[in-house]
Design a protein around this ligand. Structure first.
Ligand code: SF4
Length: 534
């Protein structure tokens, strides 16, 4: 296979295919979605790999564990906040005797381009005491994914690959190497290593702790953590990680002398190499994307007082992304204004597409609210989050996937009336459903509006996990009274009747569900172009 031009996400997916995975699971979330998109496309034409979206990140991770249990290599993908959802199986899986290589690809979003938080997943890998790789270009996305599977099977642990937005969503040339064969399917012969009963879990935890020195030996010896020492220059040394090295490589051309430098791509941090660097310099400048992960480690590891400069002392920005200018400043070079566009473009806030069904739903909901002295509308994560902005100003909370139903329940049970929760169909299936089970069990007086646009619109129009036609049956099965499951069609011509439905259910003294059913116009357009096929 020759050179290919791939996104970081795609290079990672190709690395997994060539590493011999048998299956892949994930939940869409920017900037990680394109990993699974690539694998789904591949699996359409190749039946040797099973690839599928899951209801949420937790179920995706659990499904991946099943594949590993029977000896197959498996990839699981999600964005950083998705790992919060998968945290339970993820943390516990570190104690399992992993059989088939299990690699977790997590894409972080420094700068919060399309996320509700700026997390650094390296902390999760350290928390679980597993290993993590952090590529800095597309070729490394490919190579490190292959290496991560080897490491997973060598140490019998899950291994994390951490990407960031700029890498996940930029393209470069990748040169693949010959693919490895898939593992033979064979159930683990150590089922005790998969049963976390307290007595067994304690043993597994002790084993994991004993392994830490092996992990550190690996990260000290690996080519992915190169150290170069300049014996003639001790003013400062540099530690980079991930994309930080790309910015450093650009800026260092203008330094009078090249300082000693350690690049970290494989974690746990290579302590011995850090000590070697610290022995040679008076100060260490740390350039890392995300939180102060390496910087925090340094403060505990260095044997002698060495000044540490980075995010903690404000030399590198604590939030947002790295860029060539802020790295130049951290290295004592003058900032270039190369990043500034010559023409200042006006800011353009995000908006719902023209003709979006959510706009008609919000118009009807807002009018219905006018007939109440006060009301609360909680909401969730999706295109419909834009209902928080003018001209709609329709929703008042956005917290995390699925939170709108529980938040509404709490407010209603505190005595507030009326309370409405607005949630998308995919977010409802992801994690809103359990909140609805709670609300049914208490017959909480509240209204849940499920915006069924027949797709996962915000992340690019992926298929929802369950067809729209089954949503009403599902809600009825949970225990909502059939008379209080209403379906509206959010179109201007139905506005008056939709307002009446909202008013009537907001006055009801029990739990009700309104399904607002109309396809996302973006996917409707695509389907029309493709000849009506869905
Ligand atoms: S992509 Fe679809 S759901 Fe999202 S704003 Fe546009 S029309 Fe609405």
């Amino acid at each position: 296979m020759g050179e290919m031009v791939l996104l970081g996400d795609e290079a990672l997916a190709l690395g997994a295919i060539d590493a011999g995975i048998s299956s892949a699971y994930g939940y869409p979330g920017t900037p990680s979605s394109e990993i699974m998109e690539y694998l789904l496309k591949y699996s359409e034409n190749n039946d040797d790999i099973f690839a599928s979206w899951s209801s949420n990140e937790k179920t995706a991770y659990e499904e991946a564990l099943g594949a590993s249990f029977v000896g197959c290599r498996v990839l699981v993908t999600m964005k950083h906040v998705g790992l919060n959802v998968a945290a339970d199986p993820f943390m516990n899986s570190a104690l399992l005797d992993i059989k088939g290589g299990l690699v977790l690809a997590v894409a972080d979003d420094p700068g919060m381009h399309s996320s509700q938080g700026e997390q650094d997943s390296r902390y999760f890998s350290a928390f679980a005491r597993i290993m993590c790789f952090e590529p800095r270009n597309q070729q490394e996305c490919y190579e490190m994914t292959r290496e991560a599977f080897e490491v997973s099977e060598r140490f019998h642990i899950p291994v994390m690959i951490r990407l960031v937005t700029r890498l996940a969503h930029s393209r470069a040339v990748v040169v693949p190497t010959p693919a490895r064969e898939q593992n033979k399917m064979e159930k683990t012969d150590n089922t005790k290593g998969w049963m976390l009963l307290p007595a067994l879990a304690r043993k597994n935890w002790a084993t994991l702790l004993e392994q830490q020195s092996d992990f550190e030996k690996y990260t000290t010896d690996t080519q992915y953590n190169p150290l170069t020492i300049n014996e003639d220059f001790s003013d400062f040394g540099v530690i980079t990680s991930g994309l930080g090295k790309n910015y450093y490589d650009e800026a260092k051309q203008e330094l009078a002398v090249l300082p000693s430098h350690l690049h970290v791509s494989a974690y746990p941090v290579p302590v011995e190499k850090i000590r070697k660097l610290a022995e040679k310099v008076k100060k260490i400048v740390v350039i890392e994307e995300g939180c102060t992960f390496i910087e925090d480690y340094l403060r505990g590891y260095l044997p002698q007082p060495v000044e540490i400069s980075g995010k903690q002392d404000g030399k590198v920005p604590l939030t947002g992304e790295l860029n060539p200018d802020n790295i130049r400043k951290a290295l004592g070079l003058s900032a270039k204004s190369g990043l500034k566009a010559e023409i200042e473009l006006p800011g353009r806030p995000p908006q719902l597409c023209q003709g979006c069904p959510h706009a008609d739903t919000y118009a009807a909901l807002n009018e219905a609210r006018e007939s109440f002295d006060n009301s609360i509308v909680t909401s969730d994560i999706g295109c419909y989050s834009l209902g928080a902005l003018p001209p709609y100003n329709a929703i008042e909370t956005i917290i995390c996937m699925g939170a709108s139903i529980g938040t509404a329940k709490g407010a209603a049970e505190a005595g507030f009336k009326p309370v409405v929760s607005v949630i998308g169909d995919s977010t409802f299936l992801h994690s809103g459903i359990t909140g609805l089970v709670d609300a049914v069990s208490c017959n909480t007086p509240m209204t849940v509006v499920i915006l069924d646009n027949l797709t996962v619109a915000m992340t690019g129009g992926q298929k929802t996990i369950m067809p729209s036609s089954r949503l009403k049956t599902l809600v009825e099965g949970i225990g909502i009274e059939p008379d209080h499951i209403r379906t509206i069609i959010p179109l201007r011509k139905h506005h008056a009747e939709n307002v009446d439905v909202f008013k009537s259910e907001m006055n009801y003294q029990g739990i009700s569900v309104i399904i607002a059913l109309r396809e996302c116009i973006e996917t409707a357009r695509k389907h029309k172009k493709a000849g009506g096929a869905k």
